[in-house]
Design a protein around this ligand. Structure first.
Ligand SMILES: Cc1cc2nc3c(=O)[nH]c(=O)nc-3n(C[C@H](O)[C@H](O)[C@H](O)COP(=O)(O)O)c2cc1C
Length: 224
């Protein structure tokens, strides 16, 4: 299927969407607060269940907190992510070489997680009975997370959605000093990117989309 042409300098929504990749190599230079505020404003424009807004966003700049969390983020990499990497199949839309480069970037972010100048930790307060901590809960925070990733991209900032700290959830949330009942769903490290933005590579839509019933092809996708 044909790819849409991409303009890297454009702020057109589709150009931003098509170039919002996980940017894991970040400069340590500080990010101005007004840009972080802009990102948070974009995040809180997202849909959330019943508009309850049980979310909370912790802007973390404190080096000691970031370092304490990075210990668990790295332990999860060393004990779970890295040993499994070699057995994982190459993702759709990628190549063995690109996947290897991705792994190196993942390792880089792991080692430099705490060096990102600012994190946004996206949380939900779990004591609201209308938002039980079940399969739906993330649907009230990940739209905000995606809005923030898009906003960061649009402002020329690199960011990525990370959840690996949750492998050691209790320890990481203690390091984050979250109050009782509040739980983290993502940590978004943000900074100026070392590299360039580029197109997001994914598989052909026909691999993921069916018409009416799973497995039934949709001819519209052949023409696109
Ligand atoms: C639920 C979820 C959890 C993720 N957790 C991490 C993470 O802990 N560390 C990381 O480096 N990337 C993480 N990612 C980013 C993905 O690895 C990334 O989207 C994928 O490698 C594709 O990269 P691309 O968007 O640059 O194409 C996560 C993404 C999602 C959706």
């Amino acid at each position: 299927m044909a790819e849409l042409p991409i303009d890297l300098s454009s702020s057109n929504l589709f150009d931003v969407l098509y170039t919002t990749r996980a940017m894991r190599r970040l400069k340590p230079d500080p990010v101005p607060d007004d840009l972080v505020v802009k990102i948070l404003e974009a995040g809180t424009r997202a849909a959330n269940g019943a508009n309850l807004q049980s979310w909370h966003f912790v802007v973390v700049k404190d080096a000691a907190i970031k370092e304490a969390v990075q210990v668990w983020y790295k332990k999860a990499f060393d004990e779970f992510v890295s040993p499994r990497y070699a057995d994982n199949p190459t993702p759709a839309g990628s190549t063995a070489e690109k996947y290897h480069r991705q792994h190196l970037a993942v390792e880089y972010l792991t080692d430099h997680f705490h060096k990102a100048p600012v994190w946004i930790v996206a949380c939900i307060q779990h004591d609201n009975p209308l938002i039980p901590p079940d399969r739906k809960a993330g649907a009230s925070i990940y739209p905000a997370v995606q809005n923030m990733l898009l906003a960061a991209r649009s402002l020329g900032l690199g960011a990525s959605l990370t959840t690996r700290h949750l492998i050691f959830e209790e320890e990481s949330e203690k390091a984050l000093e979250l109050p009782l009942g509040m739980h983290s769903y993502a940590i978004i490290p943000i900074g100026y990117p070392m590299g360039n933005f580029g197109p997001v590579g994914r598989g052909d839509l026909r691999e993921f989309v069916s018409l009416d019933r799973v497995g039934q092809p949709w001819s519209a996708l052949d023409k696109a």
